[in-house]
Design a protein around this ligand. Structure first.
Ligand code: DAH
Length: 342
């Protein structure tokens, strides 16, 4: 092996550069691998005359060392270049990526607002199960045995057990609270309720109610009226009027439906209030003495009022939503409109 060839290889190694992984690999193949030029120098050993073998061997070992030192250098170089080019990949002039902001569902906002209004006048919060027994949903609330609300078309019964159903109203929580606590009771029970109804713009099989209950000595219908009057003004604005229409519920006597003046036309009459100037927001009344007694409360000493309102209904009036289905469809175009509400 002529020594010029070795010198040439040494020069080549000294001047080698690599910017990329590919160039690094080319270097490795040419100078490091078994079949590289350095490998060939080792292979040529067998043809070297014996007296020159030692010197040749030393020389070739030096070349090998040089090649591998250089290889390490090049690896470091390529790593540095890669790092730099990665850093340069950042375009500082690009506008920032938008982080999509979530929003609170309008029903949640409405529920929070209702709770806030009643908490400020001394109501606490209570909850009950969505799967209820007949006693809490109907019997304790004074529903007669053959009341139509118990029938299959209204109530989702649990199969094979007519005693267990999905609660049809939050009035069941009234019973649970009165069974557990002694008056004075002032409680608000928001929750999900279920009715066996076809889904349409005005009806749904799953919706939300909020129940209110106040039991103490000397609670009167005037207290009920004032409380709901206060609520309507806080919720819908100071100009809102409230009207009580005589009605019937098995668990209240007397009973009344609660109307508020139409928010759209202010009471003049429009298509939202069907020309009447009034819209219904719920039911109410004085707790029937039978219900108090069913729950272990002395009806001679205590009286109470109760009310139940639909949360969807209140949200629809407040935000002028005309289709109940929008609340559960998760259409982002609908939900987006409530993003700024807290
Ligand atoms: N539970 C009734 C319903 O779902 C609403 C209701 C009416 C609740 C009168 C009450 C009440 O507490 O006093 O239709």
């Amino acid at each position: 092996m002529p020594s010029e060839k070795i010198d040439q290889i040494i020069q080549e190694i000294k001047h080698a550069t690599a910017q990329t992984k590919e160039e690094l690999e080319a270097y490795r193949l040419r100078f490091i691998s078994k079949k590289s030029v350095v490998g060939e120098l080792f292979a040529a050993m067998k043809d070297i005359p014996v007296e020159e073998k030692k010197a040749y061997g030393q020389q070739v070992n030096e070349v090998k060392l040089l090649a591998s030192e250089k290889f390490k250098e090049l690896i470091e170089q390529v790593n540095q270049t890669e790092k730099k080019s990665k850093a340069l990949d950042i375009d500082l002039t690009l506008p920032p990526t938008q982080v999509p902001l979530g929003g609170i569902h309008p029903l949640t906002t409405t529920r929070h607002r209702i709770i806030e209004i009643f908490e400020r006048i001394g109501f606490n919060l209570s909850e009950g199960p969505e799967i209820e027994d007949d006693w809490h949903n109907f019997t304790a609330l004074n529903f007669p045995e053959n009341h139509p609300a118990r029938e299959m078309q209204d109530t989702f019964f649990i199969e094979k057990n007519p005693d267990i159903a999905l609660r049809t109203h939050t009035s069941s929580v009234q019973v649970r609270v009165m069974e557990k606590e002694k008056p004075p009771i002032r409680t608000l029970s928001p929750g999900r309720v279920f009715r066996n109804e076809a889904i349409s713009a005005r009806a749904h099989c799953i919706f939300h109610q909020v129940e209110g209950l106040y039991v103490d000595e000397n609670v009167s219908f005037a207290d009920l009226k004032q409380t709901l009057y206060h609520f309507a003004k806080e919720m819908f604005g100071p100009k809102t009027k409230v009207r009580f229409r005589p009605s019937f519920f098995p668990f209240t006597e007397p009973s009344a439906e609660i109307d508020i003046s139409c928010l759209i036309c202010g009471g003049k009459g429009c298509n939202i209030c069907k020309g009447t100037g009034w819209v219904e927001i719920g039911g109410s009344g004085m707790v029937d003495p039978n219900v108090l007694e069913n729950c272990g409360i002395d009806s001679e000493r205590y009286t109470g009022f109760a009310f139940g309102m639909g949360i969807e209904r209140i949200a629809m009036l407040k935000y002028q939503i005309n289709d109940l289905r929008l609340f559960t469809e998760n259409d982002i175009r609908f939900l987006k409109q409530f993003r700024s509400l807290v």
